[in-house]
Ligand binder design. Structure first.
Ligand code: 0WD
Length: 255
């Protein structure tokens, strides 16, 4: 796939293992220009170490904490001014406290619930609001979700509720932004070892079950997920919006 001349914003690279980094590598191989947003300055050093691995244009790195409305607005203004317009965006951001990701869901605190839903679900709406102002014709937004939003899975708890809200947000944003010709979709990835997933209780056993029970009998990796993100960001997916595409070795079809 050739994405030369296209510019995409990547949100959510924490380190080399991040799914967002898998997407960045896939898009870079396809010739796209990339803009990165980071949670805070702490992540800039980590990202800069990785950027040498990319071939294409990736000079713009902007701080954007999705809990800060003003910072989001100024980040997207800056990105718009520096790029002259973007063709799409990957939102690969989620957070829940470690305490909330083990034991029973009924033990979730009000504060933990608010925080998880704010960062992991609401953020897509406010990002869409700001991104649409600088998006070129045919622009596309992709977010990352997980099967735990469709089914009850041990330990995923409040993050499952957040993913269910995120999946519904994809449908409502698809309707909203569709009026301007913009698309909004989600990729539901199988379990992948990253900084975020290491906080989920008994995560190893989830990965083992994928290997044993999924139709492909193996786990997926960041690059496979990234390739699907690239497809949804590209014009090849011009008729797809409001969709959740599972990149999980087919695990979601199993009873
Ligand atoms: O198995 C997995 N790893 C799966 C992940 C399976 C299916 C879906 N996902 C989803 C996650 O829920 C998330 O939405 O993919 C997305 C990316 O997750 P990841 O690549 O597994 O995790 P990670 O490398 O930790 O990146 C997520 C990043 C944060 O990292 P940390 O570890 O510091 O929480 O999200 C960013 C941050 O860089 N982030 C924020 N960015 C802006 N503002 C914020 C924030 N407030 N909070 C977290």
């Amino acid at each position: 796939m050739n994405l030369e001349g296209k510019t995409f914003v990547i949100m959510g690279v924490a380190n080399r293992r991040s799914i967002a980094w898998g997407a960045a590598r896939a898009l870079d191989q396809m010739g796209a220009n990339l803009v990165f947003t980071i949670l805070n300055e702490r992540f800039r050093r980590e990202l800069e170490k990785l950027l040498d691995d990319l071939e294409g244009n990736h000079d713009i790195v902007v701080e954007c904490d999705v809990q800060d409305d003003e910072q989001i607005a100024s980040a997207f203004e800056e990105i718009g001014a520096k790029t002259g317009g973007i063709d799409g965006l990957l939102h690969a951001i989620a957070y829940a406290g470690k305490d909330e990701l083990q034991g029973g869901y009924s033990e979730t605190s009000r504060e933990g619930f608010k925080n998880a839903l704010d960062i992991s679900s609401y953020s897509l709406a406010i990002i869409a609001k700001n991104a649409k102002k600088i998006m070129n014709e045919g622009g596309s937004i992709v977010t990352m979700t997980y099967l735990g939003g469709e089914r009850a899975m041990p330990n995923y708890n409040v993050m499952g509720i957040a993913k269910a809200a995120l999946d519904a947000s994809v449908r409502y944003l698809a309707l909203d932004l569709g009026a301007d010709g913009f698309r909004v979709n989600a990729v539901s990835a199988g379990p992948i070892r990253t900084l975020s997933s290491s906080a989920v209780g008994e995560f190893k056993s989830v990965m083992k079950e994928m290997e044993e029970r999924s139709p492909l009998k193996r786990n997926v990796d960041q690059l496979e997920v990234g390739n699907t993100v690239a497809f949804l960001l590209s014009d090849l997916a011009s008729g797809i919006t409001g969709e959740v595409v599972h990149v999980d070795s087919g695990y979601h079809v199993m009873a």
